[in-house]
Ligand binder design. Structure first.
Ligand SMILES: Cc1ncc(COP(=O)(O)O)c(C=O)c1O
Length: 394
């Protein structure tokens, strides 16, 4: 039966949906009694489970004080929470532009980069997703781009990091497109839904060097990788490379309220001291988003959270290694609590749902990104269910 609203990224007649009666921690309870273990943090945003009490506490407090958005308003904790975010990101300077989600973070980062440099072209990977707004989708290289006739001519693809001579070819692409026209390179620090591919440290450092040589800004898309997802607080911390702009969303509010942010370097922040910042949202720095972020910043510093995370990262890696013994499994990539398992054939997502698992099943691949608060026992149970489904569908 057709629903009165759309289901995203699918033919509506084929749309797969499921009923949720309640959620608890890392599990989703259906009215028909079925329980699903969430193995992808829904859409890579439920880092702290589905109803973390610390985030709920801050949201409830905010509802009782200043619940309404006011882009120019300074309400209690807005400044402190922002300084806290900067510190957590390891940033001594620069400024935050708040948004309501990942695509808007990317959109505003692209706008700021083009405005700051007064250049138009953006370089991006083919194997990428940056969001569903027109600009973010134009930068996106995966299957979601072509359908939308995104504005042509200002996004140029660079080679994937593992291609032979990737940096040399990128340099040639820059020269062919004239560096004086190129505003930025936008890259996910590790691709999420596109297969968990990370560039090497050398590749990232090479990209940074090209940016410095040609006056191009480096935009890092941390929408999936930020907030402890990949074994460090942020993906960029794996590479020792500084960005000019960093896009955040998803984990910033644990998915409990729409929220996002863009960090801009001090150079960019100084520029806007006497240049018009032509960016804005009605729900800019929304108090409810800020409240959720305060909860997140408190959780990530908790000793108990960090200890559990280190433990389950080890368990996750071991369990993935065991999967490799299955005949259907071709390969896997794992960074912290984000993994892609490549398969010799496609396993229908319904098979995992029937087994009580919520995860992302793609053509010849599954993506796993369990909530970071999951306990070892539940993770092992979930991985044994993954094993069972994969074995049965070999
Ligand atoms: C890397 C990346 N960037 C941006 C986005 C867009 O975020 P949102 O869906 O919150 O607009 C996503 C969403 O999945 C993403 O994975």
């Amino acid at each position: 039966m057709s629903l009165p609203y759309y289901i995203s990224w699918t033919k509506q007649k084929d749309a797969a949906s499921f009923e949720i009666e309640r959620v608890d921690g890392c599990q989703i309870f259906s009215p028909n009694g079925k329980v699903y273990i969430d193995m992808t943090s829904i859409s890579y945003q439920a880092h702290f489970g589905h109803n973390h009490p610390v985030i709920i506490k801050y949201l409830k407090e905010q509802l009782d004080t200043v619940p309404m958005s006011s882009p120019k308003g300074i309400y209690p904790h807005k400044n402190e929470a922002t300084y806290d975010l900067l510190q957590y990101m390891g940033k001594k300077d620069g400024k935050i532009f708040y948004t309501t989600g990942g695509a808007e973070s990317v959109e505003n980062a692209l706008k700021i980069a083009r405005d700051f440099t007064k250049k138009k072209i953006v370089l991006a990977r083919q194997n990428s997703y940056h969001g569903a707004t027109l600009g973010a989708l134009a930068a996106t290289g995966d299957w979601r781009n072509p359908a939308h006739m995104t504005p042509e001519g200002w996004v140029v693809r660079i080679p994937e990091p593992f291609e032979t001579d990737a940096l040399k070819k990128t340099r040639e692409i820059i020269l062919n497109n004239h560096p004086e026209n190129i505003a930025a390179i936008i890259i996910e620090t590790i691709t999420g839904g596109n297969g968990v591919y990370a560039g090497t440290k050398e590749w990232w450092q090479g990209l940074r060097a090209l940016c410095d040589e040609f006056g191009i800004l480096l935009i890092m898309d941390e929408v999936v990788c930020g907030f402890e997802r990949t074994g460090k607080s942020f993906g960029y911390m794996h590479y020792g490379v500084e960005a000019d702009l960093i896009c955040l969303a998803k984990g910033i509010s644990g998915g409990m309220i729409p929220f996002g942010a863009v960090w801009t370097s001090d150079k960019i922040a100084q520029f806007y001291e006497d240049h018009l910042l032509c960016c804005g949202l009605t729900n800019y720095a929304h108090p409810m988003g800020m409240a959720a972020m305060r909860g997140v910043l408190e959780i990530v510093k908790e000793k108990e959270f960090q200890e559990n995370l280190k433990k389950i990262e080890g368990v996750f890696a071991e369990e993935l290694l065991k999967l490799k013994a299955l005949s259907i499994v071709k390969d896997f990539r794992v960074h912290g609590m984000l993994a892609a398992v490549d398969l010799h054939k496609t396993v229908d997502g319904k098979k995992f749902m029937e087994e009580g698992l919520y995860l992302v099943a793609q053509t010849n691949r599954i993506i796993l990104a369990p909530p970071l608060i999951m306990k070892e026992e539940l993770l092992k149970t979930a991985m044994s269910k993954v094993t069972k489904v994969l074995k049965e569908n070999s």
